[in-house]
Every structure is written in structure tokens, then in C-alpha cells.
Design a protein around this ligand. Structure first.
Ligand SMILES: Cc1ncc(COP(=O)(O)O)c(C=O)c1O
Length: 461
């Protein structure tokens, strides 16, 4: 096919070429073309991104929940440059100083006795690795029938074939991809605003949601269940904080039936909740933790799975103990250098504490919006992972008719006010970089508040 390379400074030529040649994740080329094309970004600094057409936006969800240390960090870029200039990749069965240091750093900052890390390139691969590790762990211990995985509705664990079928939420339909793997078991999530058990209090919802996991284990047969996987706080439905009794009960249940507990900390890891990890936030340590995104703030694709010594040690000993699992680019030193530089920034600038403080400020603003706007059904979250659920009727909690395109209306109003948040389904997700200042957070919250008001006016709410 003949085509011309668009000049890197020509916004409309780039958008035009993108409309013809590029898949932009989770979007549809015809729809994007109707909007002109994808937002082509030119530069970014702190919480702001500047598009090729010169417009500046607050990055309202940190790219895709990864830009913890903010945009434009030359320090991280330089660390990657220096690393790649010296040694750009491992040899087979080798390691590099940066990767070893990063593994040691993770053992230091993660809770409990999480100690040995397998590195990969992103969150889906991390969860695949964690699930494979859990199953292989049972096999090596002679527990050969454990292959089922329990996950919760409302969760998202990735896009690979295995991880895609875990959890589930309205923004990620899986109708094109059949069949559903036979080892996947799905239970309700601990979502107090819409508790599937019709419970009268968050605690009751927490208890019943944890019990649903126990019932699934007993129904499937404990000897067939390998792992329970969940995000300590899940994002797809907008910062769903589980009732405080939920994870301690799930931990007890997993221990009772010999099931491995995997935390997917791909979003919650590295400060987003105002604690280093979601595990710290909910006060429960998993057996395996998957991570990605915030470990490098997105400056290099890195993910991984860190396991307790009890799990990791079964893969050590004679040759038959080896864990047969790898990716070509596992433990990339460029990624490790990015992660070490990024974590140094998070520590030096106190970004975990900032996430907590700005999170409290955001929660106050959201509570005010709930008072003021009838379309706000619920506001929830903690730290810098929060969300608004909008509803047509507060009492029934019914959502707006999709034909009203309330999400598209809100997206348009937000973008017009210089906030880059694409609103999915019926949730406004809010997760800016952890470097956000009090003034910037006010600017973001005011834009959301005004956008809600304008949409309510249009809808006659
Ligand atoms: C909680 C969670 N787990 C896993 C993933 C998948 O990560 P990746 O897109 O890096 O494969 C994501 C991505 O958004 C996520 O939010």
C-alpha cells in the first residue's frame, strides 16, 4: 500500500494518518475520526498534557492510572538513557545490577514477607504470571487438582485471553471472545452502593461478599481451587472501597482452604491510595502481588509478581523444581532503571502522603457535588482513585437511558474545560498524577462540578 509518512509536527496530517492506520486501544476509528482523530500529544509537564494543536489539559486519570510521578520527568528519562547506553538487556539466565536492586527494593517496601519478584512488561502479564505461579505452587506441593481461579464482578485484570475473562464490568464486553475458560469462577464484588445481596449496611455487604467466595470454594470443591484474585480497591466502577471487614475475612477463608490470595495492585500499588500499597490500605498481605503502571509511572513498560518466600521457595532445589515461565523482555534493565528513579522521586517528594492529602481534599469536593447535583448517585474512593456514579434516579439508582449519551456529554464538557477524562458508561473516574497540587486539584474538581451542572441543565434534571 502506498502512503505518505505524516510530518511529526503536523497535527491534522497525524490525525488523518492515525484515522487510517492506527488502532487506538478501546476506541473505534470511525468514532475517533468523527471527533477529528485521537488527541495527539506534543508535550507534558506535571499534571498537564499539551496537545499538538496547543490546547492544554489536566490529565485526569494519569494517562491510564500510571503517571504517579507526573509527566515530564527528565530524571527518569536520563536514568533509562544511561542504563541503555551501558547495558541494554540481559543475557539468557543473567541479570543486571539495576534489576537486582529493584527486586531488593520491592522486598523492602512491600508488606509482610513478600520477597521474590518475577518481572514482566505490564499488568496483564503480571496477572498471568501470578496465576501461573499459584497453580505451579500447588502442583509442586502435590496438590495437583487446583486449577480454578475465583475473581469478582466489577474487577479488571487485563486483556490477554486468560486475564480478560477474570472479573468483568460494563466497559469491557467480552462477547467477541468465546469460549470462556473453564477454570474461571466469578462471584459478586464487595460493592456496598449496589450490593448484590441487598444488604442493609456496608459491613453486612462485606461479610456476605466474602462468604460468597467461601461458598464458591465449597461448591467447586476446595481441592480444585488454586487462587482468589482481586484488586484491594477496584477501579472499573470508580474507586470501590470494600467494607473494612471484607479483605480480612477473605484472607481467613483463603487460609482455611489452602487457596492462594493474589492482589492485583496494578493501579493501587506505589502510592495511589495514600499508602504505598493497597495491601497496606486494607491491612491484609496477599501471597502474591501483581504490579505494573506506577512502578515506573509509565516511563518504561514494567510489571511483575512478587511472592512470599513460602511460595517462591517451592521453585528452588533440583532441576525439576524450576518454574518454567518467562518472557523475552523480563527484567529489562531499562525498566529497572526507570523504576528505581521513579521510586526515588516518590520517596523524596513525599508523593504517597500527597496522594492522601489531595485525596481528602477531593473527597470533600465530591461530597459537595453530591449535595448539589441530583444526577450524582454516589461518590467514592480514597487517595487519588475516586469516582462519581451518575444516575437518572437517586432512589432507584437507575442509570440514564444510553440513548441520552450522558457519558459523551460529560466528556465533551470536561474536555472543553481543559480536563482530559473520557467518561465511560456511568462513572466519572478521577485519578490525577500524585504530584497534583491543592490549586490544581481545585481546578480539576471545579471543572467536574461545572460539567455536571451543564449536563443537568441540558437534560432538565
Ligand atoms: C487492575 C488492573 N489490572 C491489570 C491491568 C492490565 O494491565 P496492562 O494494561 O498493563 O496489561 C490493568 C490495566 O488497566 C488494571 O487496571
Amino acid at each position: 500500500m502506498t502512503t505518505t509518512l505524516p510530518p511529526s509536527t503536523d497535527n491534522s496530517a497525524l490525525q488523518d494518518a492515525a484515522n487510517r492506520h492506527l488502532f487506538v486501544g478501546m476506541t473505534n476509528p470511525a468514532q475517533l475520526a468523527e471527533e477529528g482523530g485521537p488527541l495527539v500529544m506534543d508535550s507534558a509537564e506535571g499534571v498537564y498534557v499539551t496537545a499538538m494543536d496547543g490546547k492544554k489539559y489536566i490529565d485526569g486519570i494519569s494517562g491510564m492510572y500510571f503517571r504517579n510521578a507526573g509527566h515530564g520527568r527528565e530524571e527518569i528519562a536520563r536514568a533509562v538513557y544511561e542504563q541503555l547506553s551501558r547495558i541494554s538487556m540481559n543475557v539468557y539466565a543473567g541479570a543486571t545490577p539495576a534489576t537486582i536492586q529493584l527486586a531488593a527494593k520491592l522486598a523492602e517496601i512491600t508488606p509482610g514477607d513478600l520477597t521474590r519478584t518475577f518481572f514482566c512488561q505490564g499488568g496483564s502479564e503480571a496477572n498471568e504470571s501470578s496465576l501461573k505461579m499459584a497453580q505451579a505452587y500447588h502442583m509442586r506441593r502435590g496438590d495437583k487438582g487446583r486449577y480454578k481461579v475465583i475473581s469478582r464482578k466489577g474487577s479488571y485484570h487485563g486483556s490477554t485471553y486468560g486475564t480478560m475473562w477474570l472479573g468483568g464490568h460494563p466497559g469491557f464486553p467480552r462477547t467477541d471472545y468465546q469460549p470462556r475458560p473453564a477454570n474461571v469462577v466469578t462471584v459478586p464484588g464487595p460493592h456496598a452502593y449496589r450490593c448484590e445481596f441487598g444488604s442493609s449496611s456496608p459491613e453486612e455487604c462485606g461479610e456476605l461478599s466474602a462468604k460468597a467466595i467461601e461458598e464458591a470454594i465449597l461448591f467447586e470443591g476446595p481441592e480444585s481451587v488454586s487462587a482468589v484474585i482481586g484488586e484491594p480497591v477496584s477501579q472499573p466502577l470508580g474507586g470501590v472501597i470494600p467494607p473494612s471487614n471484607y479483605w480480612p475475612l477473605v484472607r481467613e477463608i483463603c487460609d482455611r482452604y489452602g487457596v492462594v490470595l493474589i492482589f492485583d495492585e496494578v493501579i493501587t500499588g506505589f502510592g495511589r491510595l495514600g499508602e504505598w500499597f493497597g495491601a497496606d490500605f486494607v491491612g491484609v498481605t496477599p501471597d502474591i502481588m501483581s504490579f505494573a503502571k506506577g512502578i515506573t509511572s509509565g516511563y518504561f513498560p514494567v510489571g511483575g509478581s512478587i511472592a512470599t518466600a513460602e511460595i517462591a521457595d517451592v521453585f528452588s532445589g533440583g532441576p525439576d523444581k524450576t518454574w518454567s515461565h518467562m518472557y523475552t523482555y523480563s527484567a529489562h534493565p531499562g525498566g529497572a532503571a526507570a523504576a528505581l528513579a521513579n521510586l526515588a522521586i516518590v520517596e523524596r517528594e513525599g508523593l504517597v502522603d500527597n496522594a492522601r492529602a489531595r485525596g481528602e481534599q477531593l473527597a470533600e469536593r465530591l461530597a459537595e457535588m453530591k449535595e448539589k447535583h441530583p444526577m450524582v448517585g454516589d461518590v467514592r474512593g480514597a487517595g487519588l482513585i475516586q469516582g462519581i456514579e451518575f444516575v437518572a434516579d437517586r432512589k432507584t439508582k437507575q442509570h440514564f437511558d444510553p440513548s441520552l449519551k450522558v457519558n459523551a456529554r460529560l466528556t465533551e464538557k470536561l474536555i472543553a474545560r481543559g480536563v482530559w477524562i473520557r467518561v465511560p458508561a456511568y462513572i466519572v473516574p478521577i485519578a490525577p498524577p500524585l504530584v497534583i497540587t491543592a490549586d490544581e486539584l481545585d481546578e480539576l474538581a471545579t471543572a467536574i462540578d461545572e460539567s455536571l451542572g451543564e449536563v443537568e441543565k441540558e437534560l432538565g434534571v
